[in-house]
Design a protein around this ligand. Structure first.
Ligand SMILES: [Zn+2]
Length: 408
């Protein structure tokens, strides 16, 4: 191409469809400025496919999502996605020591924030409980609306969103927290909360260790009801053939603390279970479980009748080569072990055998996370979605069940 040809070329001479294809390669901010150049560019910038492509490429926003919105791709992109689209994903409220789980998804013509809670103890296989807490959408006048859903359905009200120092942090602040109140006083709210946590109606004045813990949890969570900071949770999905269970979120039984959520991931020869929800003994974000997947063992039924028998076993007695790690073997709960939810599940599933057993440690601590230590445990696999931790010194066993809900 010589100089004359270059001068003769004018991008405006390109057919409309071709120009639209060029625009599809640009990012949203560039399209906005280019659309100011001339009438033709402005017209091209308004073509549906340009914005549809941008919405999908930058935010994974599909035609299926679009079908529930009552506006255009351009409005969705400019009024919602550009500022809030990166919020899609899973988040953890910064509430010490309890943590929590929030998922933000495209749903029903909005970006919806849904809080997830463990099922009532001891139903560890039951689905998570969920509560929609906010939505971000556009109204009929194409104005962006940030609405808090914590009150009655008829009483939505605005909230304030503040981005954090990175794309992995943000804060939520409700403008009318007094509209969240379900009961007329704190006692009624507490009673409602305890009912939801235990799945049964019970007088909160009853004297009980579990109720006392729930009371403390209720009052601390109440302090974060009107405003809370969140940080992004990355849920791992990559799994190698030697990994005994699928990575991701699990529900586990933690005795008096009820059911808590744990994130399972792999780090070389170690399986890590980090708490997503915690308690006053071992808070959220702590490494609850560390299993050595290069230290598998095989036990006879006769080895397992009591903890004393298990404690007497040395690694030399029971360790097997790594290639035998997935060996079906008998399993029983030793008779002197406190059963945490195992019997509840036993009716529905065969837990008389496991498909792998490994040396592990579990994190324990006094109230207030004082004197934390790692205690010898066995990590016992029933299938790729279910395992147990036998806490030998604690004389207890916890059962873990994979979270099946799709949070994305
Ligand atoms: Zn509110």
């Amino acid at each position: 191409m010589d100089v004359e040809d270059v001068e003769a070329f004018n991008i405006l001479c390109l057919p409309f469809e071709l120009l639209a294809h060029v625009f599809m390669l640009l990012d949203g901010a560039t399209i906005a400025s280019v659309s100011q150049v001339c009438k033709r560019f402005y017209e091209v910038s308004n073509v549906k496919i340009v914005w549809q492509t941008l919405c999908f490429r930058e935010y994974n926003f599909t035609p299926e999502h679009f079908s529930t919105w009552n506006t255009t791709y351009k409005i969705i992109y400019t009024k919602v996605l550009r500022k809030y689209g990166k919020l899609v994903g899973t988040w953890q409220p910064k509430i010490n020591p309890y943590g929590g789980l929030l998922s933000i998804t495209f749903n029903d013509g909005a970006l919806i924030g849904t809080q997830y809670f463990a099922p009532p103890d001891p139903n560890v296989c039951a689905p998570l409980r969920q509560k929609k807490v906010f939505k971000i959408t556009v109204d009929n006048d194409n104005i962006t609306r940030l609405l808090c859903l914590k009150g009655k359905p008829s009483d939505v009200h605005p909230f304030q969103f503040t981005p954090g120092g990175s794309i992995d942090d943000f804060s939520f602040k409700c403008s009318k927290p007094d509209r969240h109140r379900k009961g007329s006083n704190k006692q009624e709210q507490l009673q409602q909360w305890i009912k939801e946590e235990l799945g049964i109606d019970i007088q909160p004045c009853a004297v009980d260790y579990r109720l006392e813990l729930l009371r403390i949890q209720f009052f601390i969570n109440m302090q974060f009801d009107s405003s809370c900071n969140f940080r992004r949770l990355h849920i791992p999905t990559k799994r190698k053939p030697e990994h005994p269970v699928r990575p991701g979120l699990y529900k586990g039984t933690y005795g008096g603390h009820g059911i808590e959520l744990v994130m399972v991931s792999y780090h070389d020869d170690l399986l890590h279970g980090v708490k997503v929800t915690g308690d006053p003994n071992v808070p959220a974000d702590q490494l609850s479980i560390q299993a050595h997947i290069n230290e598998p063992m095989i036990l006879d039924r006769d080895n397992q009748y009591s903890l004393a028998q298990l404690e007497a076993l040395t690694k030399e007695d029971v360790l097997v080569p790594v290639d035998k790690q997935k060996t079906r073997q008998p399993f029983i709960v030793p008779r002197d072990v406190m059963d945490r939810g195992m019997s509840k599940v036993n009716d529905e599933m065969d837990l008389t055998h496991c498909i792998g057993r490994y040396f592990a440690t579990g994190l324990i601590a006094m109230d207030g996370f004082k004197h934390p230590s790692r205690t010898p445990s066995h990590f016992i696999v029933f299938n790729e979605n279910m395992f147990a931790m036998l806490w030998i010194e604690l004389h207890s066993i916890s059962l873990y069940c994979r979270v099946e809900e799709n949070l994305m």
